[in-house]
Design a protein around this ligand. Structure first.
Ligand code: NAD
Ligand code: AHE
Ligand code: ZN
Length: 375
């Protein structure tokens, strides 16, 4: 049966650097291997602000941003078998087709199936499902969760238990999974190891949570904002260093001193390329690994002395924590339900769709970990 176009509200980014406008938009029915989802809650992530700012080389306008969402499947296109109408789902900006070279490699969570069209802001068939005032709107990260209804590829959603509240599960669509996965899946932090986390936002605090789960011995939070000391402690960090308080010593020197020669694992959760260098150089000679998670603006580059790598430090990075969304997210939701994974603690602000610009303003304040938007 042929689906109908839905008219609903969405926060539209007409151009870079301008506030979002709440508009009435038209959302076309899902085509083959697509699903239309009613978004119930969405988080707002720094990456949304980054693309809105115009600094994302892949950013194009007009677009419906948002990639941290949870909702209910409203309708499905031909050939969809992985989810059904009524399923509760989390949107996956890192999809999982289970059949491409990447998915089959066993080495990465990056799926190659729809990455090219996703990066151009269109559905896998090269077209958009969104219209506003007669114009096509672009999709974002394959998800566009700042709309009451959105269309995603079937490989970009995962069904989860209906028992889990969607105002919490939305956060597993990016920030929490990204940091937690970076610690447990990408770095595979070991019991007793020393960890330094640069930047204690939602991502960094989630790294701390992952390091605690893996029983790391020392977990040092590094942040310029003194109020992040208490936040680190709340998630189980053992130490806090504010680089601004160091006299005549670099942050890498301080960390090397605190850890008898350097950290086993460090994580950049700031997106600052100077911090990325410090994080690499704070690693222990011979084996320390530094994981880049932060997203840096177009044109920014990292550097260090090659000697740092020659002497055994490892520089790597990950998207979505290295987690495969369809295979692994349901287990993370179960961990939340059984009290093994903190999620509620990250929510410091709540807004509704009409206040989306306020949610962006809140995110930029030092007291906001995550703002959840009721759609
Ligand atoms: P956030 O702004 O909430 O947290 C960043 C923290 O870093 C803040 O507490 C800030 O005070 C601190 N900070 C800033 N500059 C610093 C410096 N020079 N030294 C020490 N601390 C500093 O951000 P977030 O939501 O936690 O996201 C962190 C980064 O991760 C962003 O760049 C975001 O775009 C990126 N991100 C990447 C992925 C991925 O898959 N790779 C996923 C989500 C977010
Ligand atoms: N489009 C940017 C890069 C942005 C970026 O690195 N995105 C991360 C997710 S951030 C989530 O908050 C990511 O998943 N990257 C892997 C990928 O395939 O996009 C640019 O520089 O072009
Ligand atoms: Zn994000």
């Amino acid at each position: 049966t042929e689906g109908k176009t839905i008219t609903c509200k969405a926060a539209v980014a007409w151009e870079a650097g301008k506030p979002l406008s709440i508009e009435t938009i038209e959302v076309a029915p899902p085509r083959a291997h697509e699903v239309r989802v009613q978004i119930i809650y969405t988080g707002v992530c720094h990456t949304d602000a980054y693309t809105l700012s115009g600094k994302d080389p892949e950013g194009a306008f007009p677009i419906v941003l948002g990639h941290e969402g949870a909702g209910i499947v409203e309708s499905i296109g031909e050939g969809v078998t992985s989810v059904k109408v009524g399923d509760y789902v989390v949107a996956l900006y890192t999809p999982e087709c289970k059949e491409c070279k990447f998915c089959k490699s066993g080495k990465t969570n990056l799926c190659g199936k729809i990455r090219a069209t996703q990066g151009r802001g269109v559905m896998p068939d090269g077209t958009s499902r969104f219209k506003c005032k007669g114009k096509d709107l672009l999709h974002f990260m394959g998800t566009s969760t700042f709309s009451q209804y959105t269309v995603l590829a079937d490989i970009s959603v995962v069904a989860i238990t209906k028992d889990a509240p969607m105002d919490r599960t939305c956060l597993l669509g990016c920030g929490i999974t990204t940091g937690y996965g970076a610690a447990v899946e990408t770095a595979k932090v070991e019991e007793g190891s020393t960890v330094a986390v640069f930047g204690a936002g939602c991502v960094g605090l989630s790294v701390v949570q992952g390091a605690v789960a893996k029983k790391a011995g020392k977990i040092i939070v590094v942040d310029l904002n003194p109020s992040k000391k208490a936040w680190g402690e709340k998630f189980g960090a053992t130490d806090f260093v504010n680089p601004a308080d160091l006299k005549g010593q670099t942050i890498q020197e301080k960390l090397i001193e605190m850890t008898d020669g350097g950290c086993d694992y460090t994580f950049d959760c700031t997106g600052n390329v100077g911090v990325m260098r410090a994080a690499l150089e704070a690693c222990h000679k011979g084996w320390g690994q530094s994981i880049v998670i932060g997203v840096a603006a177009a044109g920014q580059e990292i550097s260090t002395r090659p000697f740092q790598l020659v002497t055994g430090r490892v520089w790597k990075g990950c998207a979505f924590g290295g987690i495969k969304g369809r295979s692994q997210l349901p287990d993370l939701v179960d961990d939340y339900m059984t009290g093994k994974l903190k999620v509620d603690e990250f929510i410091t602000h709540r807004k509704n769709l009409g206040e989306m610009n306020d949610a962006f303003d809140a995110m930029k304040q030092g007291d906001c970990i995550r703002c959840v938007v009721d759609m």
